[in-house]
Write a protein that binds this ligand. Structure first.
Ligand code: GDG
Length: 744
């Protein structure tokens, strides 16, 4: 409609102009041109006939001869008639065709040339003096027939009309095309700017050059506003389950949330006829459980418990937590070989040591890799099964699922996939030894957002992608573009819930101290140090014990007065390296105990067994110091839990500089766990630290953990997902509008 109007209007204007201006102008011009032509002809005829005619008219009884002379001349088809006017102004001779209307012009008439109009066409009349030997004899009147001018003028008008109509049509068409192109460009540009789409692009990508400066300014403005809003919102929100529910309700409008992790948050284990429910000792579960309670979504995980199959419904679902069901688990079943290859093999003997710089060599087996791929595929099927919408938010957890983001992206292109990598990301040299490094990177880049604990790990990831993939790494916007898709790589330091559920109804600190010392069989005055870990070589448990030994060497006054309790939850015990660690840890504890201990005194109290979370917290409250000596750790939640547990604002945290947590908890005594001397000195410092200093440090750490709790961690990711989804919605609306406009 718009296009046809744009064509017809300029065409109609052009035709009107042709009819009222061009055609009359052409008419006038051709007439003038022919009149001038006639005058020249007439002069030529006069000159040519001057002498013979002069001689003839001088002769007496010349009429016959003059008439014959005239008849011969008017054989020329253009000369209509001839006449000769004598000196008295009387028509002496005239051809038969000489029109009555034409008279001899009076001698004083200024115009010797004029037109006589007739219905058949105009006649051109001109009078020219005839002289012989200096004597003027009269005037020759030449009448030219100009009806041919009218015919030619008609023809010319016709051709001119056609020609100009054609030109007008072509010009109108070109105008339409150009107008349409630039109009679309403008409209699209304006629309994009208004809708915010243009802001996603760099100014160079905005099609209309004149809109680029506006786009640039708007981009900057929106970025500032977003950043300001984020920081303002973030710091103003009281981060808790309600805030998360608020984001899900308002910003995500109740969108579907799915979590995928290897470990399930509740495991059903059979002991004879009794089924026991276990909560795994994992930082990941500790962090995500409260999020899931707030979201009421679906958690997809490997069903690893011996009674897991007996407790699910026919869709492999079970509602949890058992005491107050709030969300459901979808269990995925794996064969023993699959679990062996995917979990123990590729994930834990390959990727885990690859990503942690703890000097344990990664092992890569092709069979493990094949299982890893199969299992990732299986989980992506489960995600597609569970998704009730085509654009759910999928939270993919950890290094067990490096390939999953891309697989889910293929099944659910509209999904917002947030992958969180809970362990460190190494530098490109370290990562480069992985035989399937490109596949792992490409798998991860299926994510919409990829999160790490620290900026350092984000940088390592950028460097790795830069080194091994054909991708555009934009560090300013923290975005990697690969295969036409963009992944935002961001830092989301994980934390714990505040207040921790395990802290609820805990006895006062004094009572915890007594209780734990009683259970351990040590005197109430004994100073207690505490370590809480999965039994893992990255946690630096051996180095920790060596530091305790060095302390007792350097400061013998602590012998008999200080014991170090190590809670170590057995982990990945089927892997050789872990079995070896178990043996080494037990042996070292035994050696130190033999060296400095007695029947009643054990410098190292080793508890390699799973503890109830509440029990772990009782230990935190009972300890004088907590020692986190990881050789490399993504974050380390134990450090944060210890601070959270100490509502008495006492206790000292020793924290490895190689944990993500050390970037946040700077009031801890930050140590290099490899430096045994330094760590022994730090233990001594902790044991002798004045109460006031303990309080100041602990208060500051508690404030930080309270403010930057796990709800904020999840909330920031969900907020970023909401922002991204909003942008995509705006984009697709703008795209749909453009398509619609093109159709029209
Ligand atoms: C990975 C990353 C990152 C320990 N023993 C028992 C027990 N625990 C609980 C602790 C704590 C959790 O396990 C351990 O968390 P960490 O953060 O220290 O370490 P990873 O398991 O290696 O976790 C790590 C984390 O993911 C989160 O992203 O911080 O860097 O390696 O909550 O209390 N819990 C119970 N019994 C035990 O015996 N119930």
């Amino acid at each position: 409609m718009r296009i046809s109007l744009r064509f017809i209007v300029p065409l109609a204007l052009a035709l009107t102009a042709i009819a009222y201006a061009v055609v009359p102008l052409v008419d006038r011009l051709t007439l003038n041109w022919f009149v001038r032509d006639m005058e020249i002809r007439a002069k030529l005829i006069t000159n040519a006939t001057q002498e013979p005619l002069g001689a003839l008219v001088r002769e007496p009884r010349a009429k016959q001869k003059v008439m014959r002379f005239f008849e011969r001349i008017i054989e020329d088809e253009r000369i209509y008639a001839l006449g000769f006017c004598d000196q008295a102004g009387k028509l002496a001779y005239a051809t038969r065709t000489f029109p009555d209307k034409v008279r001899c012009p009076p001698p004083d008439a200024p115009e010797r040339t004029y037109l006589v109009q007739r219905p058949e066409g105009p006649l051109h009349v001109s009078a020219h003096p005839v002289a012989l030997e200096g004597e003027t004899l009269g005037e020759l009147v030449i009448v030219h027939d100009m009806s041919f001018v009218q015919r030619r003028s008609e023809d010319t008008k016709k051709y001119v009309f056609y020609l100009f109509t054609m030109i007008a049509a072509v010009v109108a068409l070109i105008t339409v095309v150009i107008a349409e192109i630039s109009w679309r460009g403008w409209v699209a540009g304006i629309k994009a700017l208004i809708s915010g789409e243009g802001l996603l692009r760099s100014p160079e990508q905005v099609r209309a050059p004149e809109l680029r400066p506006i786009a640039k300014d708007l981009r900057a403005l929106v970025r500032d506003l977003e950043a300001e809003r984020r920081s303002r919102d973030e710091s103003q929100i009281g981060w808790g389950p309600e805030a998360l529910r608020g984001i899900l309700r308002e910003d995500l409008k109740g969108d579907e949330v799915l979590i995928v992790s290897n470990r399930e948050p509740y495991i059903h284990v059979r002991h004879g006829n009794v089924i026991e429910i276990q909560r795994p000792a994992s930082g990941l579960v500790t962090a995500l459980e409260p999020v899931m309670r707030a979201c009421s979504g679906t958690w997809i995980a490997h069903g690893s418990g011996s009674a897991d199959r007996d407790t699910v419904d026919r869709n492999d679902h079970i509602m949890v937590p058992p005491e107050r069901p709030a969300y459901r688990i979808r269990r995925v079943w794996l064969t023993q070989e699959e679990e062996q290859g995917y979990y123990y093999g590729f994930a834990n003997e390959g990727l885990w040591p690859l990503c942690h710089i703890a000097h344990t060599r990664p092992i890569f087996r092709i069979q493990d890799w094949e299982h890893y791929r199969t299992v990732n595929q299986r989980f992506s099927d489960a995600v597609a099964d569970e998704a009730r919408t085509d654009n759910p938010i999928v939270l993919v957890q950890d290094y067990h699922f490096a390939l999953l983001p891309r697989l889910v992206r293929e099944r659910l292109p509209g999904a917002t996939i947030i992958t969180f990598w809970h362990i460190p990301w190494p530098n490109p040299e370290a990562f480069g030894i992985l035989p399937w490094r490109e596949a792992v990177l490409e798998g991860l880049l299926g994510s919409s957002i990829l999160g790490f604990h620290t900026q350092f790990h984000c940088h390592n990831f950028f460097d790795t992608v830069d080194r091994f993939l054909e991708a555009r790494v934009d560090r300013e916007t923290s975005t990697i573009s690969h295969g036409g898709e963009a992944t935002e790589v961001r830092r989301y330091p994980i934390s714990i819930e505040w207040p921790p559920a395990a802290l609820a109804d805990q006895p006062p600190v004094a009572e915890c101290r007594q209780q734990v010392r009683r259970r351990l069989g040590v005197s109430p005055e004994t100073h207690l140090g505490l370590g809480v870990d999965r039994l893992d070589y990255t946690k630096g448990i051996l180095e920790r014990f060596l530091a305790v030994e060095r302390l007792l060497e350097l400061e013998p006054r602590w012998i008999g007065k200080f014991s170090f309790v190590q809670i170590a939850a057995p982990s990945r015990s089927s892997i050789d390296e872990y079995q070896g660690l178990d043996v080494k840890v037990r042996a070292l504890a035994q050696r130190i105990n033999q060296r400095f201990g007695s029947d009643s005194y054990h410098p190292i109290i080793l508890k390699i067994e799973h503890h109830d979370a509440r029990d772990v917290y009782i230990h935190y409250r009972a300890a004088d110091l907590c020692y986190v000596s990881s050789l490399h750790d993504g974050m380390n939640l134990v450090a944060k839990e210890f601070a959270a547990a100490r509502d008495d604002e006492r206790g000292v945290l020793l924290l490895s500089q190689f944990t993500g947590a050390s970037r946040e908890l700077s009031e801890a005594l930050i140590v290099n766990p490899y430096d045994i001397e330094q760590c022994a000195a730090a233990l001594h410092l902790a044991l002798t630290m004045p109460a006031e200093e303990q309080r100041a440090r602990m208060r500051s750490m508690r404030n930080l953990v309270q403010e930057f709790n796990v709800y904020r961690w999840a909330g920031r990711m969900l907020n970023d997902a909401a922002r991204m989804r909003h942008r995509h919605r705006v984009l697709s609306r703008a795209r749909a509008a453009r398509l619609e406009a093109v159709k029209r």
